[in-house]
Unconditional design. Sequence first.
Length: 349
Amino acid sequence: MSGPGGPVVLDARAAARPELGGVERWARELERRLPALRPGGYEVARPPAALVHRAGHLWEQAVLPVRAARARARWLLCPANLAPLAWPRTAVVLHDAAPLREPGWYSSAYVAFQRAILPRIARRARLVITVSEFSRRELAQLLQLDPGRIAVVPGGVEARFGPDADPGPARAALGLERPYVLTVASRTARKNLGVLQVAARRLAADGIDLVAAGGDRPQFRDEAGTNGVRGLGHVDDELLPGLYAGAAAFVLPSLYEGFGLTCLEAMACATPVVAADRGALPEVCADAALYVDPEDPRAVAEGIERALGDARLRAAGPARAAGFTWERTAREVDALLHDGGHGNSESVI
């Protein structure tokens, strides 16, 4: 699809946020890799620090299109679910449709905003990218999109996530003196951390801690009732590989995931993974994880106990994760933007 001869302007608002969820990881990796992949082909647009969260909506809707116009942008690439409505050549990454599928997990203001803007963004975008076949089905159904218009490009894992990552710095910084089972998730309703209470009690009896890395998201409804799970809060990015590698097992009991980057990161570190049998997790993890019903606390606890010391999972994890790299993600996004920009109809997972 032809357009002006200028660069692709990359919306880096999510990349500039201090927290690091899956959306932010995507934005940071594309911000870093796409300009290196095609020198001169990308221009990064980053707002002031005060505008990386809610206050940045106005910057994204009003200032970003002006920036793209001045650059004579061939595309405006928005990797974090939102995009300006006033620019005609937009490529937007929509990671999932959770606010539309389960509005009770979010604040009423956030749901109203998403219901108003997501359908308009999706209809106006020249290219819609998502991260899994599961999310493609969700977006097609809930936004009334032709699935053929939606390209599927999975996320990846950095090479620093591996079995040889040193757990020592994370253990020292976070006070992890006993063996531990890890989850990495924001304390929000969709992450379903309350289901881990039974597992935490059973693990504690065996001298094992159950710890949760991740902060809060103000637009998401908090989840009460995680007694027994030790919250680590926000963990510095450089500590994460060792934190995964040092864990006896990893668990993600989410009720809804558009992809599941944290499972891949844990698998890359040869940590046995227990995942919910929901959303995109079975699609992404394949046979390299043990699946449980996330609404059954005893099943989750038993799954974690089975995963501890599971040699098959330890071997299968790195093999599965090896197929997901951010280099591949960047190449496929770049190809979509420069080799036609049409949504593909075949999954690349």
